[in-house]
Design a protein around this ligand. Structure first.
Ligand code: AMP
Ligand code: MG
Length: 417
């Protein structure tokens, strides 16, 4: 019996756990999830310093028309030790250099005229101006990055500021990808009658990479037990195995048989979704095995709906589901009862509301419709007809898709005729 979309996704998510953390170079951690709380090992900044190129002064000396005597210079990277700002004095200082004893403000160069060691001030100076005080950014012991945070360039800067060269992050899953079918030829070769290029490997590898996983391409298995057994056994060595095609009712659809022979414990086969009904999921020694249908559209949609959340959970993400937005259907949609329909839609934004309409032929063989889709509208399993104006759940397929539409609107091109 087929499972509902939600039941299938829940079963998958309950079957996977985050991979063990490891230390990864800061150069490679963007998008990865930190596994431990990071507390500041010291005050940041560690010493009072200048926020401007200018002069360290005593604010009380800085009345209009007053000249100050410049003695001393502290460059960035220099030391303030032994240097004091005396009454009526000023010390030239560069941005980031330690502030000398005695000063309580920095006057930017732009607000001074310097002449023969004498300094004339052109602006007002208040205590504290342009000084960075020890610990004003972060104090020692403060939680700066909580475990479970996905690292962005800002978090990576904070880690590097505290001298980290690596960060403890949940490991990237190695995701084995296997295409199956006698008709498949690797891109770059020649194709004869009845043959097509293996394109699924590339879209799935791209989707895996996009969310931070590491694709491991196993190539093509032929529609026979021997070839499938050899390749699937290799794939089971990785953290995750994704196969495409060979899971429907065809004479040569042997993927499920071979998985069973290799003791992959089947959790389900068939989900009440369209496209992607024949999807199967199982576990081998706790490792997830996804068998996706072969039509490139079905492969992409089932990856999006069922595989992506699992990979994100394995990488330690707390939010593994794409946010669902509210989209307003611009035309009536009829659909079969009993299946959640993933409708490929063009998305436009109007006064903060997403308007959605089918962006082309919705049959699973039509890949070009997927290229035009800014999102997928999820139409409920029970519904058979949704009138124009209905509110539907909308998954945006990346901000880029929306931006592209915005450009299309600006240039007068329409994404969909
Ligand atoms: P199947 O599930 O094996 O019946 O395959 C369904 C459809 O997907 C067929 O039209 C296949 O030719 C096509 N297909 C299967 N695998 C791939 C692949 N790796 N790349 C592109 N198309 C594929
Ligand atoms: Mg096939």
């Amino acid at each position: 019996m087929a499972l509902s979309f939600e039941a299938a996704r829940t079963m998958i998510l309950e079957s996977v756990i985050p991979l063990p953390p490891e230390a990864v170079s800061l150069l490679d951690v963007v998008g990865m999830v930190i596994a431990e709380d990071i507390r500041a090992p010291w005050d940041m900044p560690l010493w009072n310093n200048s926020a401007m190129d200018g002069f360290a002064v005593r604010a009380e000396d800085c009345v209009a028309g007053q000249t100050l005597t410049v003695d001393g210079y502290i460059p960035a990277g220099g030391s303030a030790s032994g240097i004091t700002v005396k009454p009526g004095g000023a010390v030239k200082i560069m941005t980031g250099a330690p502030a000398p004893v005695g000063c309580d403000a920095i006057v930017p160069i732009e607000e001074t005229v310097e002449n023969n060691g004498k300094l004339i001030l052109t602006g007002q100076v208040r205590p504290g101006d342009h000084l960075r005080i020890r610990g004003e950014d972060v104090s020692k012991g403060e939680l700066v990055i909580a475990a479970g945070t996905a690292l962005r360039p800002a978090e990576i800067n904070m880690l590097a500021s505290f001298g980290y060269r690596t960060a403890p992050v949940f490991r990237r899953p190695k995701v084995a990808i296997l295409s199956t079918g006698d008709e498949l030829v690797e891109p770059g070769g020649d194709i004869g009658t009845g043959q097509i290029f293996n394109s699924n490997d590339y879209s799935i590898a791209a989707a895996v990479k996009q969310l931070g996983g590491e694709p491991v391409l196993l190539g093509i298995a032929r529609d026979d037990r021997e070839s499938l057994t050899e390749k699937i056994a290799a794939g089971l060595q990785e953290d995750v195995l994704i196969t495409t095609a060979g899971v429907s009712m065809g004479d040569h659809d042997l993927v499920c048989d071979v998985l069973e022979a290799l003791q992959v414990e089947r959790r389900f086969w068939k989900v009440d979704i369209k496209p992607g009904r024949p999807t199967a999921f199982g576990l081998k020694n706790g490792k997830p095995v996804f068998s996706l249908p072969g039509n490139p559209v079905s492969t992409l949609v089932t990856f999006e709906a069922l595989v992506r959340p699992a990979l994100l959970k394995m990488m330690g993400h707390r939010r593994v589901l794409r946010p669902l937005y509210r989209g307003i259907l611009q035309e009536e949609i009829r659909k079969p009862a009993g299946k959640t329909l993933f409708l490929r839609v063009e998305v436009t934004e109007q006064n903060g509301t997403y308007l959605v309409r089918p962006c082309g032929d919705q049959r699973t063989g039509i890949l070009s419709t997927m290229l035009r889709a800014g999102g997928l509208a999820l139409l409920p399993q029970a519904a058979t007809s949704l009138p124009a104006g209905s509110a539907v759940d909308l998954m945006l397929l990346g901000e880029e898709a929306l931006m592209r539409e915005a450009e299309d609107v600006q240039t007068g091109r329409t994404a969909c005729p």
